[in-house]
Design a binder for this molecule. Sequence first.
Ligand code: ADP
Ligand code: ADP
Length: 234
Amino acid sequence: KSLVTLNNIKKVFFTDDVETHALNEINLSINKGEYLSITGPSGCGKSTLLSLLGLLDTSTAGTYQLAGHEASDLSRDERAKIRNKEIGFIFQAFNLISDLSVAENVELPLTYRSDITKSQRAEMVKDALEKVDMQHRANHFPSQLSGGQQQRVAVARAIAGNPSIILADEPTGNLDSKNAQVVMSLLDRLHDQGATICMVTHDPRSAARAGRTIEVFDGKIVSDQLTEKSQAVV
Ligand code: ADP
Ligand code: ADP
């Protein structure tokens, strides 16, 4: 069942007198439960694609359906509402808020949701921290954690609201190889438990963990391949 459908998506950036065609005729469908990696050289449009998928930006042309919503033609507020419910983000630089505790960081996106009560929030934060094995650090602050631990908290924040899809932008880009392994294993486990994941990565070893890899070049999808998971380098 298709969770995400992009049809003929184009994105043009207009800056002064320069037009940048960041995405051209992107057609992509992602099924529920898929683990997809997006690869390609710097500047090819990966981040732009992830921003559109995450409803952080809108396309210049084309249509986008996400989890039953017609997402291409929404106001900023409507986009934010769908984003808060349907999407979990993981960033390269963790993006935790330094003066909030671990638990408060995980709770923050949930506070924007009118469909969740305060006591439900507490339960969801606890569950998410347990899933990433960081419950013992709930009252710590980000600066008191290692990079790998901070990213595990960021993963908890992304999954706490039971999103339809997890979007990860170079999630291991700031980690040493040991912590990168831990975070990749965490994503593997979430996928095994049914999560849909879409991850931008430069790292071929990370890309090989996903069941499907698309390669973007010059704003176009130039290959779309199922990965043999057994070939993944461990
Ligand atoms: P990648 O993530 O693959 O490195 P991006 O999606 O960031 O690539 O960028 C694709 C192209 O769009 C690049 O040429 C980039 O310079 C341009 N671009 C990205 N964001 C903007 C923006 N906000 N304004 C103008 N041009 C942009
Ligand atoms: P890693 O090898 O994963 O990078 P670190 O050497 O950064 O780990 O941290 C090792 C342990 O020390 C971790 O459990 C972390 O929580 C703890 N730690 C790191 N920095 C601080 C800090 N500023 N205050 C308290 N504990 C810290």
